[in-house]
Design a protein around this ligand. Structure first.
Ligand code: XIL
Length: 316
C-alpha cells in the first residue's frame, strides 16, 4: 500500500512532500509518485516572495496555482510555504530594504501577507507564516524585519495572516529546533509568549533536516512539550543526508532517521502531518548546499524507492 493509504487507515496523519513544480506536469513518473504516495503537498519554492512578486506590484501565481490544482485533483491538502522569511526575497525588496522606515516596512509586509494569502484563501491547510527566525544561540536572527520593525514583526505577521485567511492553520517553522538547546528554547519562549498574549498561532513546524553525523532527535518528547502549550505540531521538511558514497551503516542510520521521526509524529496526537522535503535524490536541494553529502531522500535518482521508503512503510 502507498504511504498515504497506510497513514489514512492507521492514524489520520497526512504524509506530505515538497513538490518541485519544474517536474510537475512534465515528468510522468514524478507526477505518479507525487499523486499516489502523498496526501499533502508543499511548494518547494513557488510560494516564496521572490517567485510570487518578482517585480514590485507584479505578481506571478502561475506555478503555485498549478500546484494547488494538482493537489485538488489528487485529494491532497496544501502546506503554504512561506510568508515571512529572510531568504528568497525579491531583488527589488533587498534593494530598497535598507532605506525603508518602520512604517513602510510594516506596510510592505502586511500587503505581502494579505495579497498572497487572499489569492489562495480557503485552499491552504497550513501556512508557514514565519520561517527560520532564530539563530543557533536562541537570539532572533538579524534580518530586515527585525532591523526595521523589531521583535514584534512576528506577532504582527500572525495577526495579519489570521485576518487574511481566518481558517488556515498558522505555523511557526524552523530547523534545528528538533534538538534540545538554546535554539529550541528560543522558539519555545516565542510561541509560549504568542499563545499567552492571544496571538493567533496554531502550530509549530519542525523542519527535520537530519544528517547521519548529528544523530536522531527525540521529536516525540519535543513535540509533546510544544503540544502542552495547546499547539499543533508538524514535521515539515524531513530529509536525512549523509556523506557519499553511502555505507551500509549510514544507510541503516538513514532508515532509522526516517522511521523514528515518523513514529514520533504518529505517537503525538498534536502532530498532524509528516512531510518529506522532496522524494527523489535527483531533485534534492542537499548536494547543492552540503558539499559531499546527499542521498537524503526516500527515492533514488531514477525514482526507484530506497530502503528509507520501506522504513517509513514499516512504522505506518
Ligand atoms: C530550499 C529549496 O529546497 C531549494 O530548492 C532552494 O534553492 C532553497 O530553499 N528550509 C526551508 C526551505 O524552509 O524553504 C528550503 O528550501 C530548505 C531549508
Amino acid at each position: 500500500s502507498s504511504l498515504r493509504a497506510l497513514a489514512a487507515s492507521s492514524s489520520g496523519v497526512r504524509i506530505g512532500t515538497a513538490i518541485n513544480t519544474d517536474e510537475l506536469g512534465s515528468n510522468a513518473a514524478y507526477d505518479r509518485i507525487a499523486a499516489q504516495q502523498f496526501s499533502s503537498v508543499t511548494p518547494e519554492n513557488v510560494m516564496k516572495w521572490d517567485a510570487i512578486e518578482p517585480k514590485r506590484g507584479q505578481f506571478d501565481f502561475t506555478a503555485a496555482d498549478e500546484l494547488v490544482r494538482f493537489a485538488k485533483q489528487h485529494h491532497q491538502l496544501v502546506r503554504g510555504h512561506t510568508l515571512v522569511w529572510y531568504n528568497q526575497l525579491p531583488q527589488w525588496l533587498n534593494d530598497i530594504g535598507p532605506s525603508l522606515t518602520k512604517k513602510q516596512t510594516e506596510s510592505i509586509l502586511k500587503q505581502h501577507i494579505f495579497t498572497e494569502m487572499r489569492h489562495f484563501k480557503g485552499k491552504i491547510w497550513q501556512w508557514d507564516v514565519v520561517n527560520e527566525a532564530f539563530n543557533e544561540d536562541g537570539t532572533l536572527r538579524d534580518n530586515l524585519w527585525l532591523q526595521k520593525i523589531g521583535p514584534s514583526y512576528i506577532a504582527k505577521a500572525f495577526t495579519w495572516a489570521h485576518q487574511a485567511d481566518p481558517k488556515a492553520l498558522l505555523f511557526y517553522n524552523d530547523y534545528n529546533i528538533e534538538y534540545d538547546g538554546p535554539k529550541q528554547q528560543g522558539a519555545y519562549d516565542l510561541v509560549e509568549g504568542l499563545v499567552r498574549k492571544g496571538v493567533p498561532i496554531d502550530g509549530v513546524g519542525f523542519q527535520t533536516h537530519l544528517d547521519t553525523q548529528y544523530g536522531i532527535p527525540d521529536l516525540e518528547t519535543t513535540m509533546r512539550r510544544f503540544a502542552k502549550l495547546g499547539l499543533k505540531t508538524a514535521e515539515t521538511e524531513v530529509d536525512v543526508r549523509t556523506t557519499l558514497p553511502v555505507t551500509a551503516v549510514e544507510q541503516s542510520a538513514q532508515n532509522a532517521g526516517y522511521a523514528q521521526t515518523l513514529q514520533a509524529c504518529l505517537l503525538v496526537k498534536a502532530c498532524i502531518s509528516y512531510t518529506v522535503w522532496g522524494f527523489g535524490d535527483e531533485y534534492s536541494w542537499i548536494p547543492g548546499v552540503f558539499p559531499g553529502e546527499g542521498a537524503a531522500d526516500i527515492y533514488d535518482e531514477n525514482l526507484v524507492a530506497k530502503p528509507e521508503y520501506t522504513a517509513l512503510q514499516s512504522v505506518l
